[in-house]
Design a protein around this ligand. Sequence first.
Ligand SMILES: [Zn+2]
Length: 179
Amino acid sequence: MHVAGIRIGIGIDFHRLVSGRKLVLGGVEVPFELGLEGHSDADVLLHAICDALLGAAAMGDIGQHFPPDDPAYKDISSLKLLSRVRGLLAQAGYRPVQLDAVVIAEAPKLAPYVGEMRARIASCLGLPVGAVLVKATTSEGMGPMGRGEGIAAWAVALVSHRPSRGRGWRGWFQPPAPW
Ligand SMILES: [Zn+2]
């Protein structure tokens, strides 16, 4: 297996739960009495994924590219930010290969929404759904997440760099099964 040009990145994000906000996770609105506080839609899962992708390409972090004090990003859908991250990576010759992410939330139960989150993220990044993994867990009542003060997300991303000899997309690293 050819693995040259494969790079890995990690992203972590936290947002507080507050009243009067929608809860948006992985691009999906999840019914809940609280939502995440933030300048954008505060989609903690997508922010972690953006940071993992930018990290894999050594292109800084989400706060550098989309400053939280910029009014252009007020309440913006983080799917748009993710799409822009895909564009930034493409300009630098990178494309996403695979993502694995974990959301830590005491409530609500996220399992019913994980499939739709995966589909939206995969579609935004031009990946097969089998290359986008999202898991949800709790912190067993421990710490701020366990007390329901906020939601955290961790993501790991694999990206591939364009081959230097102009072999086109066929020359890019392609993961084996399941896709
Ligand atoms: Zn964030």
